[in-house]
Design a protein around this ligand. Structure first.
Ligand SMILES: Cc1cc2nc3c(=O)[nH]c(=O)nc-3n(C[C@H](O)[C@H](O)[C@H](O)COP(=O)(O)OP(=O)(O)OC[C@H]3O[C@@H](n4cnc5c(N)ncnc54)[C@H](O)[C@@H]3O)c2cc1C
Length: 462
């Protein structure tokens, strides 16, 4: 492709900014990043409180975040944040040890031994029966193929045929049961459901194991995690500051028209002409959202195939509150409440995070899901109240809510569409209307999978 083409990138989150970085590294310098908000980072949002930054969005990474490491190297920064520590409580607010780490506990909980053996079996199955499962993105999976970069420090290009990969379309619960390893869900649920990625009886296994590949999940178990002192938003602020063309903040895109090999973008009342457009912002949002976010199909001259495919996308209703407590009510550590990570406890507090161990006058953040296929969606206000009541039950009542948001979180498709080749159909449309689709739905809703997808997209098409 001609290195001088004019490329418009919609969205200044991890996907959009890293697309800019990879394009620039490949010699494409004529790109423009349009960001609708007055800050970059998207769901990496780290506001200030009392001299420090807390996390309303992304919190952590793992050592296999190779694309995030690319960004760190590009900017000369590193993961220098506070160590994550956690403990566990039951729904009654009592501190518990769910994983029976001592011999005495293991004797009292024989299922632990079973779980350990299923964990080992699961690791082996992923490497053998499901070879190719951890490649970034979902291209080929429904056809029993894999093609992309391995999740290794060298990120070798790999491809192959593996019909077993088709199993990844089924919900993770069914996938585990079919493979005789149902107890691994007890481990995977921690960094999955409580992190807002939905329930195992409805989310296709492909999403679960691509994000939580075996190595990544074990890093969560061993708390071998990265954080950033100035918050995850800092990663993207730094990247933005190091790009030749930083994002144009406050860009309201009114209209996008694609005709005669050109892309016309009406932004803040002015029409701009581009040759290609990469969209990392939401492709489709069912219903309306209080924050006014819209899907691409609402402001692009969306074609019938785009509308038909993107209307299959749903997302998680994941709510975050930042609260203060009285000093005597402050939790000594972050807590996971496994009892509340099941659909029957929809809307309840699943995790609360104390980020700054050395300072009490700081916020803690709470996390809850309020949508599941078999239940009525819990209204935002109701869920907010449930979480505040739960904090009382946990003996850490909030004195004040200082920040809150209901996130457009983890866009994905469900098993039927995944199995019917949704991803291969969308991948086949890449470039068709001078348009490329990137961002969370194309891979997974975490910083690294989205940035890695942008790397691959640039590598494949530019
Ligand atoms: C509570 C929470 C916890 C999380 N924890 C982690 C974690 O620990 N680790 C991890 O790796 N990830 C985590 N994530 C997920 C991670 O933040 C996201 O997956 C990642 O930010 C996705 O990047 P993106 O660029 O695809 O999308 P986004 O971050 O959503 O960025 C999209 C950008 O596009 C902009 N935009 C939207 N519409 C338009 C438009 N019409 N025009 C112009 N711009 C537009 C948005 O304002 C935004 O800046 C968490 C997220 C949340 C909310």
């Amino acid at each position: 492709m001609d290195k001088n083409i004019r490329i418009c990138i919609v969205g200044g989150g991890p996907a959009g900014l890293s697309a800019g970085m990879y394009l620039e590294q490949k010699g494409y310098e004529n790109y423009t990043i349009l960001e609708r908000q007055d800050r970059v980072g998207g769901k990496c949002w780290s506001p200030h409180y009392n001299g420090r930054r807390y996390e309303m969005g992304a919190i952590m990474g793992v050592p296999s975040y190779y694309a995030v490491k690319d960004v760190e190297d590009f900017c000369g920064i590193t993961h220098d944040g506070p160590k994550l520590n956690r403990n566990y409580k039951n729904a009654k607010g009592e501190v518990i040890e769910p994983f029976a780490r001592t011999i005495g506990n293991i004797i009292k909980n024989p299922w632990m031994l079973k779980m350990k053996s299923q964990l080992k079996k699961f690791g082996e199955l992923l490497e053998t029966k499901y070879k190719g499962y951890d490649i970034n993105g979902h291209r080929g999976v429904a056809e029993g193929r894999y093609e992309g970069y391995a999740v290794t420090p060298g990120r070798e290009k790999v491809e192959g045929v593996n019909p077993n990969l088709k199993d990844l379309a089924m919900p993770f619960k069914q996938f585990c049961e079919m493979n005789g390893v149902p107890l691994v869900q007890k481990i995977w649920i921690g960094p999955f459901t409580s992190f807002g990625y939905g329930y195992f009886d409805e989310i296709p296994a492909g999403y679960v194991v691509k994000y939580l590949d075996y190595q990544t999940c074990m890093n969560f178990v061993k708390v071998n995690l990265w954080t950033w002192k100035e918050g995850t938003q800092y990663i993207w602020e730094q990247l933005n500051a190091h790009l030749k063309n930083p994002a144009r903040l406050g860009s309201t895109i009114e209209k996008v028209e694609r005709r005669d090999g050109k892309v016309y973008v009406t932004v803040n009342g002015q029409v701009e002409e581009y040759d290609k457009i990469i969209i990392t912002a939401p492709l489709y949002i069912p219903g309306t959202r209080a924050d006014g976010q819209k899907g691409m199909v609402d402001y692009f001259d969306a074609r019938e195939d785009e509308k038909a495919l993107f209307s299959k996308i749903d997302y998680e209703r994941y709510d975050v509150q930042a609260v203060l407590t009285r000093p005597e009510d402050h939790p000594e550590i972050s807590y996971y409440v496994f009892d509340n990570m099941v659909p029957e406890k929809l809307g309840h507090l699943m995790v609360y995070y104390r980020r700054w161990k050395d300072q009490i006058d700081q916020v803690i953040t709470t996390y809850a899901l309020r949508k599941h296929k078999n239940s009525k969606e819990i209204p935002y206000e109701e869920c907010r109240k449930m979480v505040l009541d739960d904090l009382k039950t946990m003996h850490n009542p909030a004195s004040n809510v200082v920040n809150e948001w209901s996130v457009y979180y983890f866009p994905h498709v469900f098993s039927d569409d995944y199995a019917a080749g949704w991803y291969d159909k969308v991948e086949a449309m890449q470039g068709k209307y001078d348009t490329f689709y990137a961002g969370e739905v194309m891979s997974f809703g975490d910083m690294d999978e989205t940035a890695e997808y942008s790397r691959e997209l640039v590598d494949r098409f530019f």
